[in-house]
Every structure is written in C-alpha cells, then in structure tokens.
Design a protein around this ligand. Structure first.
Ligand code: C2E
Ligand code: MG
Ligand code: MG
Ligand code: MG
Length: 283
C-alpha cells in the first residue's frame, strides 16, 4: 500500500541523505581550519582595457587546495560557507590577502591596477562587512580607491534599505562597487538607479553567443548603453574569442575579462604577467 511504499522510499533515500550530511559536516570542519593550515589561495584574473588591451586590474578568485580532494573551485565550498557563517572569516581572509598582495606588488614597482573581491549575499556577511573592510584597509594600508567589491544583484535585492545603507557605508570608505553577473538576477532597473554602483559586470551568459545571436546582441547592447547612461563602467566577463572582444569594444564596453586574455592565475604567475606588461609599456 501507499504507506509501505512511502516507508520504503524513505528507507532507500535516508542513507544517501545521511551520507551527504556527514560529507558536508566533514567539509565544514576542514573548511573551518583551511585558512590557518595554509590551504586557501587566491588566483588573480586580469581585467583588460577594451581599447588599449592593457591590464587595468584583476579579480581575486578563491581556491581551496584540499589535502585529499585537490584544488577546489568556489562553487564546491562557498555555498556551505554561506550556510554556516564561515563566509565571514573567509571573506575577511580574502580581503586581507588580496589587499596585502596588491601592496607587495606596488612596493616592487608593479602596476596591478585595482583588485576586485567577491562578496556573498546574506545577513551573516552584511553585518560584519563594513567593519571588516575598514579594518583590512587600515591593516594593509591599501588605497581604498583601488579596491572593488563585487556584489550580486541578489545581495541588493534582499532588503533594499539595509543593503543601500551598507553600500553607502562602503562608498564612504572610498571603495568602488561592482554588480557582478549583471542581467541574470531579478533587479529592477529603477532600484539600480538608486544604488551607488560604479561598475556593471555583464554576465557571461550574454557573451557566449555574440556576435551572432540576435537576442544576446540586443541584450549586450542595452546593458552597455544603460551602463553609460548611469555613468558606470561596463565590464564583460567570459570573453574567450577575438570576435567577442571586437563586438563588445564596438559597443563601447570599457573592460574585458576572460580566457581570451588570461585565465585566473596563481599569484606568482600573475606577477609574471604584470612584469611582461611593464616591459611592454617600457618599449
Ligand atoms: P564570478 O565572480 O562571476 O567570477 C568569474 C568566474 O568566471 C570565475 O570562476 C572565472 O574563473 C570564470 N571565468 C573567467 N573568465 C572566463 C571565461 O572566459 N570563460 C569561462 N568559461 N569562465 C571564465 P570561479 O573562479 O570558479 O568562481 C566562480 C564564482 O565563485 C565567482 O563567480 C564568484 O561568484 C564566486 N567566488 C569566487 N571567489 C570568491 C570569494 O572569494 N568569495 C565569494 N563570496 N565568492 C567567490
Ligand atoms: Mg566576480
Ligand atoms: Mg561574474
Ligand atoms: Mg558568478
């Protein structure tokens, strides 16, 4: 009967669910210690000026060199960190590491431009954010105008008034605000108008099929035009081919990020890229 069938279904599903919970509990406890064990690292991906093709900045992307599972990408552990509140110390680590690294590069005469750090949405992170950013800027001596914070549309749309207050607080510190993955969230354009946004990062999904796909071409065109009218810089992410680059530059897109120029690189390799830029400039 239905009841037996239901119990049977439960019995069959329970072990899988339990395994998943044990696995994520184990992951959580190892993530808790990952920073102090030196397992976290930042990779840096260049952002390039669409016209000059010079590096104008970079985005810091978190990686976890897990002792058993190897190099883990953020989608494997950021959601867990967000659920458990571990995202707060993790974000602090990312901010501190990125800003210290920028200071070290500048000290040896390299010109990394700005560094962008990704922020998660949610009440955990929002409560700690202002203090953490302020403290990290003080600790590292980083020029606040060279720090960009990438937020997603969902972060602003939670509680509009509260998010707006946080963003204004951040702006007061001098940092710049970018909206990441722009276009796939559920922001209303009028809300965007009321937020202090400096940079719009157009989502990769609109870049994949341009030029060629008429709808994506129209969306990219509209986003770039809107960025201009809001006086925000527009960055295209996920640019992999020269045709995409040419198309976007033609529309007036400001910056390009994607495998076409460079993948995210470990710090030592990104430093080499900066050195070769310096050579190019000296010529
Ligand atoms: P995102 O902020 O949109 O970062 C861009 C992602 O696109 C990165 O993936 C990057 O490696 C990838 N990408 C860049 N250029 C290309 C390209 O030309 N083609 C393709 N196919 N992919 C490209 P990654 O590093 O795996 O990061 C994924 C997401 O994880 C990020 O998306 C961001 O939302 C999140 N994330 C990364 N680091 C952090 C962090 O420190 N804190 C938080 N809260 N989230 C982070
Ligand atoms: Mg980002
Ligand atoms: Mg993005
Ligand atoms: Mg993303």
């Amino acid at each position: 009967d239905a009841k037996t069938a239901g119990r049977e279904r439960l019995r069959r599903h329970a072990p899988a669910a339990a395994t998943r919970t044990v696995a994520s509990a184990a992951l959580e406890s190892s993530l808790r210690h990952a920073a102090q064990r030196g397992e976290l690292e930042l990779h840096y991906q260049a952002k390039v000026d669409a016209r000059s093709h010079r590096v104008s900045g970079c985005e810091a992307l978190l990686r976890w060199r897990h002792p058993e599972q190897g190099l883990m990408l953020p989608e494997r552990f950021i959601p867990l960190a967000e659920e458990t509140g571990l995202i707060v110390p993790l974000t602090r680590w990312v901010l501190h590491t990125a800003c210290s690294q920028m200071q070290r590069w500048q000290a040896v005469g390299l010109v990394p431009g700005h560094v962008a750090v990704n922020l998660s949405a949610g009440p955990f992170i929002e409560a700690a954010l202002l203090d953490d950013v302020r403290e990290v800027l003080t600790e590292t001596g980083m020029d606040p105008t060279l720090l960009e914070l990438e937020i997603t549309e969902s972060m602003m749309m939670g509680c509009a008034a509260e998010s707006r207050a946080i963003l204004i607080g951040l702006k007061t510190l001098g940092v710049r605000i970018a909206i990441d993955d722009f276009g796939i969230g559920y922001s209303s354009l009028s809300q965007l108008k009321n937020l202090p946004v400096d940079i719009i990062k157009m989502d990769r999904s609109f870049i994949n099929d341009v030029p060629g796909d008429r709808v994506d071409e129209a969306i990219a065109t509209a986003i770039i035009a809107m960025g201009k009218s809001l006086r925000a810089a527009v960055v295209a992410e996920g640019v992999e081919a020269v045709e995409q680059l040419d198309f976007l530059r033609g529309l007036g897109c400001d910056q390009i990020q994607g495998y076409y120029f460079s993948k995210p690189l470990p710090a030592v390799e990104f430093e080499e890229l900066l050195r070769s830029e310096l050579m190019r400039g000296a010529k």
